[in-house]
Ligand binder design. Structure first.
Ligand SMILES: Cc1ncc(COP(=O)(O)O)c(C=O)c1O
Length: 391
């Protein structure tokens, strides 16, 4: 059960708000930083998961790199203390402007996702008299066994360079004076919970592709295996810190690599999901003909994941305890039928005015929020700061 620190009278505080457990956040980052050293795996935080400045600043200070997917994320990462050479930049649709800005900044690697992108980068770097560090993102066609909407490494997905283009990529990189080839990049999907099997399969596929590039005369110094480590949305308290050790062990065991080759990863969700909850108030409990609806003052504009891909978030009543269990649909106030946080969820009896927490909302939560229906954004509360004063 979520325990709120430094929160005054719960019945009176304005809602909804994001509550950050900063002890858990720091424990998670310190753990991953230590394991990164132990296993020799270089970690880049995927900024898209949560760009809250306090989190990003701490992650940069812990020595991690940044994984960005837009020009603005690259600029933001640098503003928040990431050295350019620790920044990698992926994405299927980088504009000329985004490429030029990142080139000028001297980032560590463009993780290029198409032949056209490589050709454009080659031309821009030539015009600017600069050399672009590139890694080539190959679509390995490996099933991440996760939700279809967060699978990225299958031939049907838009991400990465298809294997059929590998020879052309190799020719281009070898013949270019403007591209500095760093290595290969893969990312097969998100919320991967079958860690050993799925990441072993990714490594087996990567081994073949790395060997192919090296056999064709390109030295692969960096092997970036992307992000994707899942978290336990069902038991956030018993699995508060994800299994980074198991992940790194699986990768270092199954990826064939020489001592001079660096293994990189790009976790987003695993670093921040468990540290934040969305706290909302029950506006009404409506007894429908067929269903009972718990209607919250937070909606899909605050936390989109359930509406976007049917994601599960544990829901806890923070202010009322009952032994009586009921079946509810927990919904938001937004005028969309998909504004549903949980369908047919068994919860203790819930009443108007109760405060509930939607757990594990730290990743892909606030970053995806909008003001749809002219709703005010949820504010942030940190466990190690006084509660905001609204007087
Ligand atoms: C290229 C790339 N790397 C890393 C990530 C982070 O994934 P996750 O949050 O599942 O670790 C993503 C997310 O979609 C991604 O597209």
């Amino acid at each position: 059960m979520l325990k709120l620190k430094n929160v005054p009278d719960l019945r009176k505080v304005p809602t909804p708000f994001w509550y950050y457990d900063m002890d858990l956040f720091r424990r998670t980052i310190d753990t991953v930083a230590a394991l990164s050293q132990e296993y020799g795996v270089i970690v880049h935080y995927s900024i898209k998961a949560n760009a809250e400045p306090r989190l990003v600043d701490y992650i940069a200070a812990a020595g991690l790199g940044a994984d960005c997917v837009s020009g603005n994320e690259v600029l933001y990462a640098m503003e928040h203390g990431f050295a350019p050479e620790k920044i990698v930049f992926a994405g299927v649709g980088k504009t000329d402007r985004e490429l030029s800005d990142a080139l000028r900044a001297g980032i560590g690697s463009f993780n290029s996702e198409s032949l056209e992108e490589l050709q454009t980068l080659d031309r821009l770097a030539g015009e600017m008299g600069l050399k672009a560090n590139v890694s080539v993102r190959i679509n390995p066609d490996v099933d991440a066994h996760t939700h279809r909407f967060i699978t990225t490494g299958l031939e049907m997905d838009k991400f990465g360079i298809p294997k059929k283009d590998m020879d052309q990529v190799i020719d281009l990189v070898k013949s270019s004076r403007n591209l500095h080839f760093k290595g290969l990049h893969f990312h097969i999907g998100s919320q991967i919970t079958d860690v050993e099997n799925v990441f072993t399969n990714e490594c087996i596929s990567a081994n073949g592709i790395v060997a192919y590039f090296e056999d064709h005369g390109l030295r692969v110094d960096n092997i970036d295996l992307g992000g994707g480590l899942g978290v336990d949305y069902y038991n956030p308290d018993s699995h508060a810190v994800p299994e980074f050790g198991l992940w790194f062990q699986t990768l270092t065991e199954h990826l064939r690599h020489r001592p001079d080759q660096q293994i990189h990863v790009e976790p987003g969700r695993a670093l921040v999901a468990q540290c934040a909850s969305l706290v909302a108030r029950v506006i009404f409990v409506k007894e429908g003909e067929r269903k009972s609806f718990v209607i919250l003052d937070a909606g899909m504009n605050d936390l989109l994941r359930p509406a976007l891909y049917g994601a599960y978030h544990k829901i806890e009543n923070l202010t009322y305890k009952s032994d009586e269990l009921r079946l509810y649909d927990v919904v938001g106030p937004v005028c969309e039928s998909t504004d549903v946080f949980a369908e047919d969820r068994t919860l203790p009896l819930t009443r108007r005015g109760d405060l509930v927490a939607l757990r594990s909302g730290g990743a892909y939560g606030s970053v995806m929020s909008s003001t749809y229906n002219m709703r005010a954004p949820a504010y942030a509360v940190f466990s190690d700061e006084p509660f905001p004063d609204f007087k």
